[in-house]
Design a protein around this ligand. Structure first.
Ligand SMILES: Cc1cc2nc3c(=O)[nH]c(=O)nc-3n(C[C@H](O)[C@H](O)[C@H](O)COP(=O)(O)O)c2cc1C
Ligand code: SF4
Length: 430
């Protein structure tokens, strides 16, 4: 499957982040086109393209936009989710730093389609360079009349503000993000009501991921059929896959949705370091259930991953080779989610804490056999029972690791030490 660069086409240009470079490669032509269309027509085009959200859940973008009430007496908001804090995910960062105007153009078109005159870009606190690039791009867009009053003489007004987070993973969850913009603690809200009805400051709000919005100008320029022909019938367009872990060529690869994990690892990742056997992969960021070596011929798309009990998530693929301790991998994950839980739900606050504790004790040779079933039971009680999906994001990978590598856990408990060659954390490759 050939690399198909749409969003990443110009990232190697030294000045790719500038308005000059963007406009010289056809940038903002889609906005000109969109402003002459009826708003409903734009929503229909996005629906027809099959574009699904790139932030994790894969929800169809056009359908989400259509949920905004047409006759809203309140202002409508759009929030671009640039929080990208999922371990194993680093695709949005490149767009923010190297080619931010396509995302800004996507935001303006989306705002026009949903009749919103105010958008926020919520960027992760640890991305100061990305924030500076965005600030500069917003300034350039105002200077050239793509933002502000009566843009391009269309009669449409639109303002964008950049909002920097303070380093909490939970503020990437869409309602945690809204709370954070409102100046409150980033604690997710129960749903319903969904943000499209009651979102930011109690007003209808659409939240979309950076990559989702960056796809929009390309769909308007090339047509929905062009986009829908890329990938598989229900998983359309290109996807930026992020490859990391025990791999020779880690990095970002933009490919039609539906490449197999094996192709991604062999053809683009150059195989594993030292040619070691693959033990497992995490297919869609740390919150996804792991796949084992016999599942590498599966398509990395939303539906195939859901069918096997995992998810495409952010398509951040982490490769784990035979030398790595799976107890350590599970412990590392539980540590992250325990640390990032906002603490509102008992199942999450207590569940992540107990998972980390039990996994740490197993790792230190202090665990007992009954821990395995207690961990699996705790995971099942954490799933689908909380305000947001962070608890599931911990329970899914941990349960899949313990279930699929139960023998390794049992041996570790029996002997008091890991049978794996590498006993350290998944990220410490040095
Ligand atoms: C704990 C948690 C963290 C999340 N972090 C992000 C994030 O950093 N960026 C993102 O786009 N979506 C993140 N999401 C998903 C968002 O809630 C939301 O579904 C997404 O921004 C919608 O955009 P999309 O429809 O374009 O995918 C997170 C979800 C959860 C549960
Ligand atoms: S699941 Fe966890 S992170 Fe999400 S609202 Fe509940 S306690 Fe907070």
């Amino acid at each position: 499957m050939p690399e198909l660069r749409v969003i990443r086409k110009y990232v190697e240009r030294e000045d790719s982040h500038t308005l000059k470079s963007y406009v010289s490669s056809g940038g903002y032509a889609a906005l000109n086109k969109a402003l002459k269309m009826d708003t409903e027509e734009i929503i229909e085009i996005v629906k027809k393209s099959g574009l699904r959200g790139r932030g994790g859940a894969g929800f169809p973008a056009g359908i989400k936009w259509s949920f905004v009430p047409k006759d809203s007496k309140k202002p409508v908001y759009l929030c671009c989710n640039a929080d990208e804090s999922e371990p194993g995910s680093f695709k949005d960062r490149e767009i923010l730093e190297k080619d931010p105007h396509q995302m800004i153009e996507g935001i303006i078109i989306a705002c026009y389609a949903i009749n919103s005159h105010k958008a926020y870009i919520y960027i992760r606190g640890e991305m100061p360079y990305g924030a500076a690039q965005i600030e500069n791009a917003i300034k350039e867009a105002y200077q050239r009349g793509y933002l502000g009053q009566n843009i391009l003489n269309s009669g449409f007004d639109i303002d964008i503000s950049l909002y920097r987070g303070a380093g909490a993973y939970i503020c990437g969850e869409e309602t945690g993000l809204l709370e954070s913009i409102e100046g409150k603690k980033g604690e997710p809200r129960p749903k319903p009501p969904f943000p499209a009805q009651i979102g930011l400051f109690g007003c209808p709000t659409i939240i979309n991921n950076v990559e989702t919005l960056a796809c929009v100008p390309h769909i308007i320029n090339n047509g929905p059929e062009w986009f829908a022909e890329i990938g598989t019938p229900k998983n359309t367009g290109t996807k930026i896959y992020g490859l990391s872990g025990c791999i020779n060529n880690p990095g970002l690869y933009e490919l039609p949705l539906g490449i197999t994990a094996q192709e991604l690892i062999d053809e683009y990742g150059g195989g594993t370091i030292g040619g070691k056997k693959i033990k497992a992969i995490s297919p869609g960021g740390s919150s996804s259930a792991i796949l084992t070596a016999d599942q590498l011929d599966l398509k990395l798309d939303f539906d195939t991953m859901a069918e096997v009990g995992s998810m495409l998530g952010t398509a951040g693929v982490t490769v784990i080779d035979e030398s790595v301790s799976m107890v350590k991998v599970a412990q590392n994950l539980a540590h992250f989610y325990r640390d990032e839980s906002c603490g509102q739900c008992v199942q999450c606050r207590e569940g992540t804490w107990w998972l980390e504790k039990m996994l740490r004790e197993i790792d230190e040779g202090k665990g007992s056999m009954e821990y395995i079933d207690i961990i699996l039971d705790a995971c099942s009680q954490m799933r689908g029972t909380t305000i947001c999906a962070l608890a599931d994001g911990c329970a899914m990978p941990v349960a899949s690791i313990v279930t699929k590598f139960r023998d390794e856990f049992e041996e570790h408990i029996k002997t008091g030490q890991s049978p794996a060659e590498r006993k350290h954390y998944m990220g410490d490759w040095a």
